[in-house]
Design a protein around this ligand. Sequence first.
Ligand code: HEC
Length: 220
Amino acid sequence: MYLGPLSSQPETDRTEGDAPMSDLKSGVAAAVLAVMGSAVAAIGAETCHADRPGYDLTAREAQAVYDCIADSLQAGYESGDTRWIPADYVAGYRAWTKASTHPAAPGFHTNRFLLTWVNDVGAEVYLQYAEDPVIPPGTVIAKESFSVDDDGAVRPGPLFLMEKTAAGQAPETGDWYYMAISAAGAPMAVNVRAACHECHSGFAHQGMLGYPVEEARVPR
Ligand code: HEC
């Protein structure tokens, strides 16, 4: 059984990365709207709410949640000082090639939805979702995340990044740099070997890449 990337992510990731989006008041307003039958309620610019637990959302409903938070999600990532993470990755990833047709939550016990983009250097290879892909150095992959909890509350999650280095530059991580920006735009100081690579190395047969779940892959 595959439990998904986020059920076992470290606490630091969860606590630093996820910012609560709805306060009590908007939660009540959302509940009222939910009774009126909309799958997603947008209240003001910032607050989105699903009328169902995240694990119960269809692809369309997950997309509707995303449509509601998309602007504020990226604004959050861009709002901080990116420090060691190249600012143009954070500002520019949405112009890259999208590899996900819709946000999908790949695990049973996780409610985080993921959406993946790949820059021009690596898009063609990535979108083949191949075994043993030859990923060119300079490939950068960005993955947005958000969660929908059992009450339908929507929270922005971190932006995850992977960059393929020149051969031999990062031998301990298969020549990948891992980076993450919290929902509030702060670079996340995590031990990327333990917090990222240990799990990604389970995908060594795919060049350390997990790839979106099959039903959410943009066909090449
Ligand atoms: C418990 C396992 C696990 C951990 C820990 C994990 N990932 Fe992932 N990651 C995955 C899986 C599985 C996917 C593919 C899932 C999807 O996109 O639907 C993925 C996808 C990605 C992608 C998109 C490229 C790809 O693999 O297809 C990026 C970028 C990424 N992760 C970065 C990170 C970073 C940065 C960290 C550490 C902060 C991290 N990941 C921690 C399992 C993990």
